[in-house]
Ligand binder design. Structure first.
Ligand code: MSP
Length: 524
C-alpha cells in the first residue's frame, strides 16, 4: 500500500480577486503535493474558503446579494483560478457547507461539555475589516495594527476557550516534536511572544452579527472565526460524520501550510483544539513569509497589485510558479520587483535551461542524426565527475525539499543546470567531432541528454509543462523514464531519438519592454 500524505492550505477569505501573494500558499502546496506524488505517495490536498463573519455579511450587502450567494460566487472564482493554475486539489471545502457546519456545532458542544469553553464578557478594540479584536496596547496610533483603519471599542457577552489550561502541554509538545514547526524560528516566536508572557483565553463567539454558525445551546451566539475556520481541516475529511473513512485514512495531516500572519492561530490555537478533541496533531506546520512590494503590502488602493493571470498569460504558468517558489526566502519576505522577474526569466529560464536543451538537441542532430548514443563504460574523468556532481545535486535537492526549503532546493537544480552547461564548454564536443573522437563525443551527448532527463524529473512538481516539453524534445517517451525511481539511474539500453529541430522553451524577453509592461499592469 502507498504511504499517505495529507496536505492543507489555509481556507481563503472570499474578499476579492487573489493576487500573486495569496496564490503563493496554494502554488507551494500543490508543488509539494506533486513532489510526493512523484515519489509514489497517496497524496490528498485540500483547500477552500472561509465564509463566515461580519465582513462577508457586509460585502454581500454592498453587492445586493445574500451572503450565501456572494460566497458561492467567490468560491467558484477561486476554483476557476486554481484550475487555470494547475492546482490539483482533491477537495474544496466551503465553511458554509452543511458537512462543515454540523460538525463545528458538535465540536463546540463537546468543548462546552468538557469545560474548555466558558461564558464571559469581551471588551476590546474591534477592526471590522480584519474581524479582529485588539488590546489597547496593540493599536498603532489608535488604529488597527494590521490594516491601519479605524477600530471600535466593543463589549459583548461571549464564550471563551480556556487556552491557559493547555499551555504547558503545548510547550511540552513543541519540545518533543522538533519537526512540528518549520522553520524553527517560528517556534521561538510563539514561545517568547505569546506562550511565556501568559496565554490569553480566546474569544470564540459573537452576538453582534448573524452570519456564522449558531451555538446550538445558546443560539444568539454565532461561532466566531477560529473554531469554525481551523476545524475545516478535519471536517473536510468527514470527522465525526457518518462516513469518516477519509479521516481515518489521512489524519493526522502530514503538512499544513500557512502564511506568517496566521501562524499564531495554527501553531497555538489549532494544536490546542486538537488536544482538547484528543486527536493527534499534524506532523508539520510550515509557515511561509509574504510576497511584498517595494512600498509595502500589495493593495488595490496603492496600485501595486500583480495578479497571477497577468503573469500566466504573458509568460506562462511555469515561469510564474518558478518565480514564486524560487524567490521566497525562508527567513524574510520576498519583495516582488518587475526587474527581478524579468531577470530570472532571461537568466534562469532562457539562458540556463532553455539554452541547455537547445544546444543539446542541435548537437545530437548534428553529430548523430538525432540518435542518442548508448552509455559507455569506458572510464572518462570528465563524465565521471559530472555524474557524481549530478547525483550529489539530486541528494541536496531532496534534502532541502524534505525540509521545505523550497527556494534553496530549486537553486540546487539550477546549479546542476549551470554545471551541465559548463560540461559542454569543458568537453568541447565540436573539437571531439573534428578530432573524430567518436566514443568521447557519444558519451558527451549521452550525458547531456541524461542530465536533461534528470532535470526534467526534478522540475516536474512545479514546472510540469516544461518538464513534459523537455521529455518530448529529448525523445523520452516511456512513462517509466519520467519517474522518481529512474532518477538516479544511468540507463544503458535506451534507444531514444531527439526531435529534429529544437524548440526554445523560453524565449529571451526584451528587458525594458517587459519591465514597462509589468509596471503598467500594477497600476491598473
Ligand atoms: N481565512 C484565513 C485563514 C483561515 S485558515 C483556517 C485567511 N485567509 S486569507 O485569504 O486572508 O489568506 C490566505 C493565505 O494567503 C494565508 O496563508 C495568507 O498568509 C496568504 N497570503 C495573503 N497575502 C499574502 C502575500 N502577500 N504573500 C504570501 N502569502 C499571502 O487568512
Amino acid at each position: 500500500m502507498k504511504d499517505k500524505f495529507y496536505i492543507t492550505t489555509p481556507i481563503y477569505y472570499p474578499s476579492g480577486r487573489f493576487h500573486i501573494g495569496t496564490a503563493y500558499t496554494t502554488v507551494l502546496a500543490n508543488s509539494i503535493k506533486q513532489y510526493h506524488k512523484l515519489k509514489g505517495k497517496d497524496v490528498y490536498l485540500i483547500t477552500g474558503t472561509d465564509e463566515h463573519g461580519q465582513k462577508i455579511e457586509e460585502k454581500a450587502k454592498e453587492q445586493g446579494k445574500t451572503p450565501k450567494e456572494y460566497v458561492d460566487e467567490m468560491a467558484a472564482m477561486a476554483k476557476e483560478l486554481w484550475t487555470k493554475m494547475g492546482i490539483e486539489y482533491d477537495d474544496f471545502i466551503q465553511t458554509t457547507e452543511e458537512r462543515h457546519e454540523k460538525i463545528v456545532q458538535k465540536i463546540f458542544d463537546r468543548f462546552m461539555e468538557q469545560g474548555d469553553i466558558y461564558k464571559g464578557e469581551y471588551e476590546g478594540w474591534y477592526c471590522i475589516p480584519c474581524e479582529t479584536f485588539f488590546t489597547q496596547t496593540q493599536l498603532v496610533d489608535g488604529k488597527c495594527p494590521d490594516c491601519g483603519r479605524e477600530v471600535k471599542l466593543m463589549k459583548e457577552e461571549a464564550y471563551f476557550f480556556n487556552m491557559k489550561k493547555y499551555a504547558d502541554k503545548l510547550l511540552q509538545y513543541y519540545e518533543e516534536h522538533p519537526d512540528f514547526i518549520k522553520p524553527d524560528y517560528r517556534k521561538n516566536e510563539m514561545i517568547n511572544n505569546f506562550i511565556k508572557p501568559g496565554l490569553e483565553d480566546l474569544c470564540v463567539t459573537r452576538t453582534s452579527f448573524e452570519w456564522g454558525i449558531k451555538v446550538l445551546k445558546d443560539p444568539k451566539h454565532v461561532i466566531y472565526v477560529w473554531v469554525d475556520a481551523l476545524t475545516n481541516y478535519i471536517t473536510a475529511l468527514g470527522y465525526l460524520s457518518e462516513n469518516d473513512s477519509l479521516f481515518q485514512k489521512y489524519w493526522p495531516a502530514d503538512l499544513q501550510i500557512v502564511g506568517k500572519d496566521i501562524a499564531r492561530f495554527h501553531l497555538i490555537y489549532w494544536p490546542i483544539f486538537l488536544m482538547a478533541l484528543d486527536l493527534p496533531l499534524p506532523k508539520t506546520i510550515l509557515v511561509h513569509n509574504w510576497i511584498m512590494m517595494k512600498d509595502g503590502k500589495m493593495s488595490k488602493s496603492k496600485g501595486n497589485v500583480i495578479y497571477p493571470e497577468t503573469l500566466m498569460q504573458r509568460y506562462g504558468l511555469d515561469a510564474l510558479k518558478y518565480f514564486l517558489l524560487r524567490e521566497m526566502p525562508l527567513s524574510q519576505d520576498e519583495i516582488f520587483s518587475p526587474e527581478a522577474f524579468v531577470e530570472r526569466y532571461n537568466f534562469d529560464l532562457c539562458n540556463d535551461l532553455s539554452n541547455l536543451l537547445n544546444r543539446t538537441v542541435s548537437m545530437v542532430n548534428k553529430y548523430f542524426e538525432g540518435n542518442v548514443p548508448y552509455y559507455h563504460q569506458t572510464p572518462n574523468e570528465v563524465d565521471e565527475e559530472l555524474e557524481s556532481y549530478t547525483l550529489q545535486q539530486i541528494e541536496k535537492f531532496e534534502e532541502k525539499w524534505n525540509e521545505y526549503e523550497i527556494a534553496n532546493s530549486i537553486q540546487e537544480i539550477w546549479n546542476l543546470i549551470a554545471r551541465t552547461n559548463k560540461y559542454i564548454d569543458e568537453t568541447m564536443p565540436w573539437q571531439l567531432a573534428n578530432k573524430e573522437e567518436t566514443e568521447k563525443l557519444e558519451s558527451c551527448m549521452y550525458h547531456l541528454v541524461e542530465n536533461l532527463r534528470k532535470i526534467a524529473i526534478l522540475i516536474q512538481p512545479f514546472m510540469k509543462e516544461t518538464a513534459m516539453n523537455i521529455f518530448r524534445q529529448i525523445g523520452i517517451e516511456k512513462q517509466e523514464m519520467k519517474t522518481w525511481e529512474k532518477l538516479k539511474e544511468y540507463p544503458k539500453k535506451e534507444t531514444i531519438k531527439v526531435i529534429e529541430k529544437g524548440e526554445p522553451i523560453f524565449m529571451r524577453l526584451n528587458v525594458q519592454e517587459e519591465i514597462e509592461f509589468l509596471k503598467n499592469t500594477m497600476k491598473n
